[in-house]
Design a protein around this ligand. Sequence first.
Ligand code: ATP
Length: 226
Amino acid sequence: MISVNLISKSYGAKQVLNAINVSFKPGEINGVVGENGAGKTTLFSCIAGLEAYKGQIDYNQVSIKSRVGFLPTNPHFLSKITGKEYLQLVCNARKVKLTDFKEQNIFDLPLQQYAETYSTGMKKKLALTGILLQRNDIFILDEPFNGVDIHSNIMINQIVMRLKALNKIVVLSSHIFSTLHETCDYLHYLKQGSIIKSVDKTAFDTIEKDMKSSGIDARIDALNLK
Ligand SMILES: Nc1ncnc2c1ncn2[C@@H]1O[C@H](COP(=O)(O)OP(=O)(O)OP(=O)(O)O)[C@@H](O)[C@H]1O
């Protein structure tokens, strides 16, 4: 289990995360929702060990960094590295032997092409393939469904379900409620750097209602559309 205890994070004078307490168990899919700028990516980066923070994050008394696969919203790749070289590199980092590139290229990516020349969706699929091949125990997926085609979306949903069945820890974010409903067991509502609500599937609607009741009509009225 991952235990996030009183995590706080500031960028300069700006406090982005305020005393976050949350836990993620194996075999559960946890969704983190919130407005743009709420702090989802920052929280994910802290858990993945990519950012310094105040507080404590525990994972079975072992280092999370060596077990986590982090899928960023917009993955970037080194220049002049092909898709195949990238997969080889990330597998080497975990000492995983890659057996059959062709078979394991599940999204049919052009692996001989430079990864930095891939489209947005292709980059996401390459990064996802990499963390799956690494056989991680923890998957932190920042907007995994965003920017990929419909067929790949269905595949990614099935992959997440497979990870759950394999008792992996999965934490993801999405801005699409139907996707979260379909995929997640728990939702955590992050607002201005604080988790204001954590609910199981039976209460997802309450988060949706909270988000929708935040004066949307009044804001659109301010545009005085004619
Ligand atoms: N490197 C940085 N330096 C300064 N401020 C940052 C930095 N990274 C993020 N922030 C700020 O932290 C806040 C949270 O950003 P974050 O990217 O975590 O939000 P988010 O919930 O993931 O948003 P989105 O839904 O748009 O992806 C924002 O106000 C952002 O401007």
